[in-house]
Every structure is written in structure tokens, then in C-alpha cells.
Design a protein around this ligand. Structure first.
Ligand SMILES: [Zn+2]
Length: 256
């Protein structure tokens, strides 16, 4: 049995198209340009691990026919990674078991303050999530052993987490800088899923040039660009990118 990684959403904070219908430079007739807000999922025979609760989570879960969520990692507290948290309620109700959630302390504080009902039971509504300690490596046993290494990265003015899975795949959807000490965990991976917001520089995200420079340095077998804004058209990117680099699209999956 394999471990499957799915890009649930690969759009920037507004999504593509934006809520007002603007597609920017993306061809509206190319289905792969329809991008929901970023999240990803890791699946084995007995477990689904979700990375971030995008505001588009419900749509994403329906599209991928996801029947259960067992663990959740939140990369950072921004709305485009957290505001779909309410869609986890059904998985608590189905299993009558709180879902384990992992994040940094800052993100934990934000979530507990803004989504308190998810963590503290009230008379009518039980808590659905339970924070677990973010260790250096988090291991899940089963037929397919999974070990996840969270890495602190800079995301403009805040810190964010990137995740290295089984030393084979890294997921870094929101990053403006990696710390040099962590680059050793990111070298020569099978897959590197990396933030690539747009062509022009941005204070909180890699742009295309920065993402490509990093890919050249880290030498993954395959790199996948995510968190893409509406100036990055899928087919245009396919034409200009090096062979080992591909733009993500919603629903793209691969085996780790
Ligand atoms: Zn962010």
C-alpha cells in the first residue's frame, strides 16, 4: 500500500477566480486554473491526515470523496489556512472522537481564541478538536508508518510551518525564507511542494524566480508549485518551467 499525497487546493488567498469573478491572467477555459485555497492531504489505508483547513475545505473534501479525517496539521494562523475549521465537525460526529490537531503555539492561541467552540465544549456543542504536542518528529504507526517533521519557516512577518513527510516529500505552502539549518531536511527529496505566489516579489511568499532558485539548490526529483495567484496561468507555466517543475492543480496527487 502506498501513501498518497493530494493537493486539495493550490490557490492564493483570494482563490482563482476571485470571489468577484476575476481570473487575472489565467485562462478561464482551463479547468486546472480553477484554484481553491491551499490545503493538502496525506492518505493511507487507515488514515487521512489533513494539512490546513482552507475556507474551501468542504468543496475539496466532496471533490476527493473523503470519508474521514483523522489528524490535522495547521501551518499557520492566516485565514486562508484556518477558516474552514468548522467543516471538521462532521468527522467528530461520525466517530464520536476528538480529532488530533497539531500547530505552533502562536497558531494554537489564534485558533483557541477565534474558534473556541472547537476546543471547549458548551452545553449544546461538544468540542471536536484536541491539541497534541508538536514534537520534532511526529510518528503515526500502521501498515504505512508515517513520520512528519515540522520545520519553522519565515512567512513575511510571521512564522509558519513546513512539513517533511517520511524524508521524501516536503509541503511548504507559505514561505518567504527557510532557515539555513533546516535545508538539510529538504535536499534531494522525491517531491517538493513549494510556495510560488506570482511573478513579482512579495514580502510573505516566494515568487517564481525565488522558488526556481531554491528548487535548483535543493534538487528534488520533482517540484510542484502551489499557492498560486491569478497571474500564473497553468499552461503558460508548463511552457516555461524546467522539466522537473510543474504547477499544481486542485486534485493533483502522487504516491510518496
Ligand atoms: Zn499565510
Amino acid at each position: 500500500m502506498t501513501i498518497k499525497f493530494t493537493i486539495m487546493g493550490c490557490g492564493s488567498s483570494f482563490g482563482v477566480p476571485r470571489a468577484d469573478g476575476n481570473w487575472g491572467k489565467c485562462d478561464p477555459y482551463e479547468k486546472k486554473n480553477y484554484r481553491t485555497r491551499c490545503s493538502a492531504m496525506l492518505s493511507t489505508t487507515n488514515m487521512n491526515i489533513l494539512f490546513d483547513t482552507s475556507p474551501d475545505l468542504r468543496t475539496q473534501l466532496l471533490r476527493e470523496s473523503v470519508k474521514n479525517i483523522n489528524k490535522v496539521f495547521i501551518s499557520h494562523e492566516h485565514g486562508d489556512q484556518t477558516h474552514g475549521i468548522n467543516d471538521l465537525r462532521i468527522f467528530y460526529l461520525k466517530n464520536q472522537k476528538k480529532i488530533d490537531i497539531f500547530s505552533s503555539n502562536n497558531t494554537k492561541k489564534y485558533l483557541k481564541k477565534n474558534f473556541s467552540y472547537c476546543f471547549k465544549s458548551t452545553k449544546s456543542y461538544p468540542a471536536i478538536l484536541e491539541f497534541k504536542k508538536l514534537k520534532k518528529i511526529i510518528t503515526f504507526k500502521g501498515k504505512n508508518k508515517i513520520f512528519i517533521r515540522p520545520i519553522n519557516v519565515e512567512h513575511g512577518e510571521i512564522n509558519c510551518l513546513a512539513f517533511v513527510i517520511n524524508n521524501k516529500c516536503a509541503y511548504a505552502s507559505d514561505v518567504s525564507k527557510f532557515h539555513i539549518k533546516d535545508l538539510k531536511y529538504l535536499k534531494n527529496l522525491k517531491y517538493l511542494v513549494i510556495d510560488c505566489l506570482r511573478f513579482t516579489p512579495h514580502p510573505s511568499h516566494y515568487n517564481l524566480e525565488q522558488a526556481l532558485n531554491l528548487i535548483e539548490k535543493l534538487k528534488p526529483k520533482k517540484a510542484i508549485l502551489t499557492n498560486m495567484h491569478s497571474d500564473l496561468d497553468y499552461n503558460y507555466l508548463l511552457k516555461i518551467l524546467p522539466k522537473n517543475v510543474k504547477p499544481a492543480y486542485d486534485g493533483l496527487s502522487f504516491n510518496i
